[in-house]
Design a protein around this ligand. Structure first.
Ligand code: A2P
Length: 340
């Protein structure tokens, strides 16, 4: 019989955790036992795994020595406390929070971009999964980076509320219903009304005037590409979409690349689907292409009329799948195939 791996999903009742379970069930991952783990609030709840249900276990009492791989998505403070404990018990952690991403000794991995970095997991038994906005951007840019080099990235994001979690999705539903019924709205998760609005703040403000979400894109892009010289200038915006982040990306390359060369290159790249016909609707969107799908979709590929080596792209991906759950499971698949 071929080898199987026991998997613990930590944060199994959350938006990302539920998707991890459904992707694990639908892919050919060699799963043995699967454990659904969350807080004591969820003890006894059931979550779907393929055509059966798993009873949720309390993280505080969970014995990680039963699991080969732990997929963590329950927030940075939970990972801070429990990921090292799990790793000490022999459970390799793929962590979807920001807790370990900027630690030089912990690999930060996007399988289409730097799968070789996974091998560095041995030092701490932890692999970090990047932020959703970074993942789709580096998947789309890697083929261009390898072909002609990239000096600078200007990016504006249009991010879905599922990236914040289930409470945020409920807030968008509730505010939308309240407004359509002429009632006053309640604002609890976001700093201002999210329904029918666009909020240029994701995560907290830092001293340089950027938000932490924006600086994550700077720090993570440099770490994943192993390029401290690459300049990244992001503006991250939350919009009232449930699933799928969109990004308008403007790059300055080291050597000139034409839009048709970029189109051909991206069309052959792993994990990318190009949708770019330069006619009405000939571009990908969060809702119509990305939501529920695995690929990073690229469209609106054009040469920047304001810069000799400038190229513009529109990139969308399902933030809960490729931006989180799927990327973690792809890492787990490489771990299982090549490392454990
Ligand atoms: P729970 O449902 O028991 O609170 P989301 O990002 O969609 O809000 O989901 C967050 C996930 O992280 C949920 O599964 C949640 O479990 C889990 N979680 C949050 N805090 C803890 C904690 N202290 N211990 C274990 N799991 C936690």
């Amino acid at each position: 019989m071929s080898k199987t791996y026991n998997i613990a999903v930590v944060g199994a009742t959350g938006a990302v955790g539920e998707t991890m379970l459904s992707i694990l069930a639908e892919r050919a991952f060699p799963v043995g036992d699967v454990y659904a783990v969350a807080s004591s609030r969820s003890i006894g709840k059931r979550v779907a795994f393929g055509n059966r249900y798993l009873v949720v276990e309390d993280l505080a009492d969970f014995d990680f020595s039963k699991a080969d791989i732990g997929l963590f998505s329950a927030g940075a403070s939970v990972s801070k406390e429990y990921a090292p404990k799990a790793a000490d018990s022999g459970c390799i952690v793929v962590d979807n929070t920001s807790q370990f991403r900027y630690d030089d000794e912990i690999p930060l991995v996007v399988p289409e971009v730097n799968p070789e970095a996974i091998a560095l997991y041995r030092k701490h038994g932890i692999i970090a999964n990047p932020n959703c906005s970074t993942i789709q951007m580096v998947v789309a840019l890697k083929p261009i980076y390898d072909a002609v080099g990239i000096e600078r990235i200007n990016v504006c994001t249009y991010q879905a509320v599922s990236g914040t979690g289930k409470e945020a999705m409920e807030e968008l539903i509730k505010q939308t219903a309240q407004l359509l019924n002429g009632k006053p709205i309640e604002v609890t998760v976001y700093p201002k009304q999210i329904a029918f609005n666009a909020l240029p703040q994701i995560d907290v403000f830092l001293d340089n005037g950027y938000t932490k979400e924006e600086m994550k894109m700077v720090w993570e892009t440099r770490k994943i590409l192993q390029d401290d010289a690459i300049q990244v200038n992001p503006t991250a915006v939350r919009i009232p979409v449930f699933y799928g982040h969109s990004e308008a990306i403007h790059i300055e390359t080291k050597e000139k690349i034409t839009s048709s060369q970029a189109h051909t290159l991206l069309g052959k790249a792993p994990g990318i689907t190009v949708v770019d016909t330069r006619e009405a609707g000939g571009f990908p969107t969060a809702v119509t292409e990305s939501a529920g799908n695995d690929a990073v979709f690229v469209g609106r590929i054009r040469e920047d009329i304001s810069h000799l080596r400038g190229l513009d792209l529109w990139v969308v991906a399902d933030n809960v799948r490729k931006g989180a759950a799927l990327n973690s499971i792809q890492i787990a698949e490489i771990l299982a195939k090549n490392h454990i």
